[in-house]
Every structure is written in structure tokens, then in C-alpha cells.
Ligand binder design. Structure first.
Ligand code: ATP
Ligand code: MG
Length: 276
């Protein structure tokens, strides 16, 4: 059941980010709804061929915890690329910002994202851009990881960290400051731990309702974030949380990547295990 680009009717724009614009689309032949991400045009031909190579990755990935990529469309010269994805009707976790989540809700969310990360890490795929804006929800109470693989290439090409503070905000200390004293070659090669940091930060944000490295309402800028991540203490779960939750967050947000738990270790953490 291949979907062709010509089968699709655009319904509306769902949003746009650094990488392009996402549309809600309907397949005329069977009324199925999808999300279609139109990747921005890139000038650089080396980058373009890399994009085409790496867009193969999402097609290989098949997990209930990762947004399914159905097709990748490209025009003959390859300068226009669109990705046809599973539609997630409740949008990103960013829309939950400021809402109060209970520990039980957080545990359910935390477990699903972790299952997705564990799946990707087992396939040796690093996401590199875990943040509320790349985690999508649907009304079946499912949460799935979006934008992997593709986001990795875009980071390289657009140097997001310089152009868009929102993205470097979730980067681990070792990625922000790879020259720092005490960062070993082993730390640098442990790229999976970078995803765990971003994940931990995202979970604290869901819990407290704002980006946890800065005072509430503070607009992030690159310098403040680097200072907070590299020289400050890692964020913690609030005092009133359970000990299991506090420990869970602590295991994600250790500054030394080698001390951070892996996705598979975190899946058997008491915060996720002693629930429901
Ligand atoms: P970045 O470029 O850093 O990834 P972003 O995640 O905000 O930023 P996009 O990935 O282009 O940008 O997505 C833009 C918006 O489109 C998202 O914020 C989300 O609201 C919506 N969106 C993306 N994918 C889907 C999807 N599969 N289903 C429903 N909405 C989606
Ligand atoms: Mg995104």
C-alpha cells in the first residue's frame, strides 16, 4: 500500500521548525490522515546526498514508541524532500507546558519515551535532539519520538546551536563543552548518554512546567544555558516529589556521561517499575 505524493491533499499547516513545515494531509484514495514534513531546500549538494542517504534510516525503524515514517518523497534532482509520517493528533509535549502532571502521568510518559530511546539506541541510532517539541502525543495516550535521523543531519547543516538557542538548551554538558577538563575520549564516544541528559531535562520540564535550567519566565540565551549546564548543578525534581522520582531524575542528569544510566537501565528503575 504505497502512498504517492499525488494522492495527498493538504488540509492545514501543523507547524514549522528549523527543518521545514509540517502539513496535515489526507490520502484521497482511502481518507487516511498523515503528517507531511516538507524539508527546507538546501543548496549544498554534499549535504543533499547525505540527506538522501540518511533518510533511509527512518524507514527501517518500526516501533510503537517512535513516530512511523511511511514514505519519503523527493523530486528527481533531490533538492526537495518530504517525509510522510504518522499523524499525532495532540501535537508536541510543548503544548503541555505549564500544566500540572501527576507522578503517575509522568511515569507513563517517561516510560514510553524511554522505550523509544532504548529501541533507537539498540539499533545504534542516536537522536541528538530530544526535547518537548520532538515528542508527540495522540488521543490514545501514546507518546512517540519524532524527528530522529533527519534531525541529526539538520543539526550539522544549520548549526542550530548558534542560530537557535531553543535547541542547544537540551544539550548535555559534554556536547556543549567538549573541550572541558575531565571530558575523556570515552565520554565523547558515549553519544547515547547525550540523549539521556536531554531526556532527563525534558522530564523535569514536564514536572515543573518550565525549562528547568533557568528561572521561570527567563528567556534562554546561549551563554546563560552553557553556564548553567557546564558550571551549575544539574536540575533536580522538586522537594515534594517521591524519592523514586527524585532518584530517577538524578540518574538521568549526572554531569559525567559515564555515570548516567542507560535507557535500558532506566527502564527497570523503581520509579517506573513500582507503578500501577
Ligand atoms: P525542529 O526543527 O527543531 O525539529 P520542530 O520540532 O518544532 O523543530 P518540526 O519537526 O518541523 O519542527 O515540526 C513542526 C511542528 O509540526 C511540531 O511542533 C508539531 O506541532 C507539528 N508536527 C510535526 N510532526 C507531526 C506529526 N507527525 N503529527 C502531528 N504534528 C506534527
Ligand atoms: Mg521537530
Amino acid at each position: 500500500n504505497t502512498v504517492f505524493a499525488t494522492d495527498l491533499d493538504r488540509i492545514n499547516v501543523l507547524g514549522s521548525g528549523n527543518g521545514g513545515t509540517v502539513f496535515k494531509v489526507r490520502n484521497k484514495t482511502n481518507s487516511e490522515i498523515y503528517a507531511l514534513k516538507k524539508v527546507k531546500e538546501y543548496m549544498d549538494s554534499a549535504f543533499r546526498s547525505q540527506l538522501l542517504r540518511e533518510t533511509e534510516i527512518p524507514r527501517l525503524v518500526d516501533s510503537p514508541y517512535v513516530v512511523k515514517c511511511h514514505e519519503i518523497f523527493q523530486n528527481p534532482l533531490g533538492e526537495e524532500v518530504s517525509i510522510l509520517m504518522e499523524y499525532m493528533d495532540l501535537g508536541t509535549l510543548e503544548s503541555l507546558r505549564g500544566e500540572v502532571v501527576t507522578e503517575k502521568q509522568l511515569a507513563s510518559m517517561a516510560r514510553q519515551v524511554l522505550e523509544g530511546l532504548n529501541y533507537l539506541h539498540e539499533l545504534k541510532i542516536v537522536h541528538r535532539d530530544i526535547k518537548p517539541g520532538n515528542l508527540l502525543r495522540n488521543s490514545k495516550e501514546e507518546i512517540k519520538i519524532a524527528d530522529f535521523g533527519v534531525s541529526k543531519i539538520m543539526v550539522k547543516s544549520l548549526d542550530k546551536c548558534n542560530s537557535f538557542t531553543g535547541t542547544c538548551a537540551y544539550m548535555s554538558p559534554e556536547r556543549l563543552n567538549s573541550e572541558a577538563d575531565g571530558v575523556t575520549e570515552e565520554d565523547k564516544s558515549n553519544v547515547y548518554a547525550g540523549d539521556i541528559w536531554s531526556y532527563g531535562l525534558t522530564m523535569v520540564e514536564m514536572l515543573v512546567g518550565y525549562f528547568p535550567l533557568l528561572p521561570q519566565g527567563h528567556k534562554p540565551d546561549r551563554a546563560t544555558i552553557i553556564c548553567a549546564v557546564c558550571f551549575g548543578e544539574p536540575p533536580k525534581a522538586p522537594e515534594e516529589c517521591s524519592d523514586e522520582l527524585k532518584s530517577f531524575i538524578d540518574c538521568c542528569l549526572r554531569k559525567k556521561p559515564s555515570e548516567r544510566w542507560t535507557a535500558s537501565q532506566l527502564l527497570s528503575h523503581p520509579f517506573l517499575v513500582h507503578r500501577d
